[in-house]
Write a protein that binds this ligand. Structure first.
Ligand code: AVI
Length: 322
């Protein structure tokens, strides 16, 4: 049985702040400028993301949810008996419920998320609603090594559930690395159930990242609000606008913050100049084909066993094994 290291929550929060600061400074000094999308998800950002998921324009969530609702029984059987299910980027764990309803004698459910408050709240709700499943939340950045809990009852194997097409927010080389580390983490009998957004018409894709209520714009701009509030940055947030388009050649949505004026950002005693019209890159959202994704996963040891899609082939959930 492992216990967590005795580092206070306050010290953890301070470390997280320092990383946010150093990553932001480093990103703004690059050319072109960039800010990492993982910092979207403070409490406000997580709430905005949940709102995006409910918009008509953002088809991803309801499409994936419908796939889960329809096929969770088959997925539960594929994952097998006595599994420890580890969810990457669990957020509000809404889709997970369909899966939890169909797991066969699971040993534990381990939601992993970077947003501490959000994780605590949703893990609490899950354990209330599923008294027979042991819930062990882990607050971690899943792109960095972290240790899994050691439940008293030994799982027959570990499986990672990675829904939401979050893998799409990584560059293919990083995505591959992440898939490799998941394979390593799960070990021999390991399984992976992963949601990916499929390539489709530009119009549908671009609408999903430019919703007409402007929530995606607010979500993107929240990164700058966070820099002001948490890092004491000086900048004119209102002069920035959301900019998102589909790069068909690369098969990805590209998201930027565009400054409409010349301005100087002050951060930690340093200054960064932003020209009028200049873009700060904040996120990529890669769209895959099932074959393309299976190939990338196969390169790092995964075999595609089964997949499920919706009737429009907008989204897919893939089951892979080591
Ligand atoms: C979390 N991730 C899968 C979302 C996406 O679609 O790439 C993040 C997002 N960015 C803008 N809207 C949603």
């Amino acid at each position: 049985h492992t216990s967590s290291p005795s580092i206070s929550e306050q010290a953890m929060a301070q470390l997280a702040d320092e990383r946010f600061l150093s990553d932001s400074l480093a990103g703004l000094k690059q050319s072109p400028k960039q800010l990492p999308c993982k910092y979207f998800y403070d409490q406000r950002g997580s709430q905005l993301f949940d709102q995006i998921c409910e918009t008509e324009d953002y088809y991803l969530t309801r499409t994936e949810t419908a796939i889960m609702q329809r096929y969770a029984g088959e997925m539960g059987k594929c994952l097998g008996e006595g599994v420890m299910l580890v969810e990457f980027g669990s957020g509000s764990s809404i889709k997970t419920r369909y899966l939890l309803d169909h797991l066969i004698d699971p040993v534990a459910y381990v939601p992993v998320d970077i947003s501490r408050e959000h994780l605590r709240a949703s893990a609490g709700q899950i354990s209330g609603d599923y008294p027979n499943i042991k819930v062990h939340p882990v607050c971690a950045d899943f792109t960095k090594p972290f240790s899994l809990p050691n439940p008293k009852r030994r799982p027959s194997h570990d499986a990672v559930y990675f829904p939401g097409s979050t893998i799409g927010n990584f560059q293919p080389s990083q995505a591959k690395q992440l898939l490799a580390s998941i394979a390593h983490m799960c070990g021999e009998q390991g399984g992976l159930l992963i949601g990916i957004d499929l390539r489709k018409d530009r119009e549908i894709l671009e609408r999903a990242y430019n919703d007409d209520q402007g929530i995606t714009a607010e979500f993107n701009l929240n990164l700058l609000h966070r820099m002001r509030k948490e890092l004491g940055a000086t900048l004119d947030v209102n002069a920035f606008e959301h900019h998102a388009f589909y790069n068909a050649e690369k098969g990805r949505i590209e998201i930027y913050l565009r400054s409409q004026i010349d301005q100087t950002i002050r951060l930690d005693g340093q200054t960064v100049h932003v020209e009028a019209g200049e873009l700060i890159h904040t996120e990529y959202s890669h769209k895959y084909t099932i074959d393309g994704f299976a190939q990338m996963a196969a390169d790092v040891g995964w075999t595609l066993r089964r997949w499920w899609t919706d009737e429009n082939d907008y989204f897919a959930v893939l089951h892979l094994v080591v």
